[in-house]
Design a protein around this ligand. Structure first.
Ligand SMILES: [Zn+2]
Length: 399
């Protein structure tokens, strides 16, 4: 196994493990679950600022809805059908685990009367979806059967498409940069052979995406026939530290689904119309994004994202009380910190903190207690000598 494999990094950093019985399913350990949550809460903060409304749609959906949306025909071999023992025996299963969140989002849109004045409505969802990937095709977090998408559906008027697309392109670029991905490549995928919707709808949608890309001054590659079955899409690819390219986010323009699922709004003239739907995911799958991020950084996550930001190493048990005082002060400042209380040598504790890629290590012993300081080691620079705790806290507050 090569050094950069995210499965190996995840084991060393104690983030996650995989089921040996169910292919493509992951168990998140405390530090892994925390990493997952940090990524999600960072996104949610931005979503709130941009006026998104967060949903949680049911994880089980009826097959009739998926037949109406077209997902049943296009996704059948990936569905996890579900029911009780009796229903399964009698072949009377009418439900499945949701393979995507769009139909659920439309169900909520349809629960209320919508006016043109309400649009755009932006429904976001950290949607857990289930897809039957072949056992031979699953690969760590890169391809799983349980996927958490940072999904959203924007219901808008035709003249709102372009400004919304421009906002999204900006949102995607800003987010990737925050994680240290500076090289972004864009691809435009057009109508596939198997598709729903009219020629006119497809032409309009494809022209809309091209216009937004041109207005944003973005160069793109065109993939003929690679769009989603309901509309064309823009995909975002990032380049990692090893020069590999990964497809992450997607923006899809859809003139067909609202009509198929009977989603309407009342227009100015009192007539009922179907809104345009924009499907979009910024990171794509959170699981896959974590895999790419771990390989990109070789596990040395940015400070703000490290599950443990600071580890305190008391040299002997008599230094524990001082270590606890320091930990309490660090926690007051809302940094994530732990004490390595094990009865191990200092060398061993330092080595373990290095393996776990903890950004900062504070060593405390007799000398530090006497000087009222800590001995600082950083992931990037190694031994940085003694420092007063408050000076250290001021320095990391600026990161
Ligand atoms: Zn969707």
């Amino acid at each position: 196994m090569q050094e950069a494999d995210h499965k190996e990094i995840g084991r060393k950093l104690k983030l996650f493990s995989f089921s040996k019985k169910v292919p493509g399913t992951c168990y998140w350990w405390p530090k892994g679950a925390l990493l997952f949550d940090l990524i999600v809460s960072d996104l949610k903060k931005e979503l709130k600022e941009q006026g998104y409304l967060d949903l949680k749609t049911a994880p089980i959906i009826d097959l009739d809805t998926l037949k109406a949306s077209g997902h049943y025909d296009n996704f059948r071999e990936k569905l996890f059908f579900t029911g009780n023992e009796n229903e399964i025996k009698k072949n009377k299963v009418n439900w499945c685990l949701k393979p995507m969140s769009c139909p659920g989002s439309v169900k909520i849109f349809n629960e209320e009367m919508r006016s043109y004045r309400d649009l755009p409505i932006k429904f976001s969802e950290m949607g857990t979806v289930f897809r039957y990937e072949q056992p031979g095709e699953v690969n760590g977090l890169l391809r799983t059967r349980v996927i958490t998408q940072d999904d959203a559906h924007i219901y808008c008027l035709t003249d709102q498409i372009e400004p919304e697309l421009l906002k999204l392109i900006d949102f995607v670029q800003k987010t990737y940069k925050r994680y240290g991905f500076d090289e972004i490549r864009v691809e435009l995928s057009t109508r596939p052979e198997k598709s729903i919707g009219s020629d006119e709808q497809w032409q309009k949608a494809e022209a809309g995406l091209v216009k937004a890309l041109e207005d944003a001054g973005i160069k793109y590659k065109e993939n003929k026939g690679e769009g989603a079955f309901y509309g064309p899409k823009i995909d975002f690819h990032i380049k990692d530290s090893m020069g590999r390219s990964w497809q992450m986010g997607t923006i899809q323009l859809d003139f067909a689904t609202a009509e198929r699922l009977d989603a309407n709004y009342i227009d100015k003239d009192g007539s009922k119309k179907h809104p345009v739907m924009i499907h979009r995911a910024i990171l794509g799958s959170i699981e896959r994004f974590i895999a790419v991020l771990l390989e990109h950084t070789a596990g040395a996550l940015p400070f703000w994202l490290s599950p443990v930001q600071i580890s305190i190493l008391p040299i002997a048990s008599r230094h524990l009380k001082y270590a606890q005082k320091i930990r309490d002060r660090i926690k007051d400042k809302e940094f994530r910190c732990e004490i390595d209380e094990r009865d191990e040598t200092l060398e061993k504790k330092i080595r373990d903190a290095e393996i776990q890629k903890i950004p900062y290590v504070l060593v405390v012993g007799d000398r530090e207690i006497k000087a009222k300081k800590v001995a600082l080691r950083s992931r990037e620079k190694g031994d940085e000598g003694e420092i007063a705790l408050e000076s250290f806290l001021t320095a990391i507050s600026r990161m």
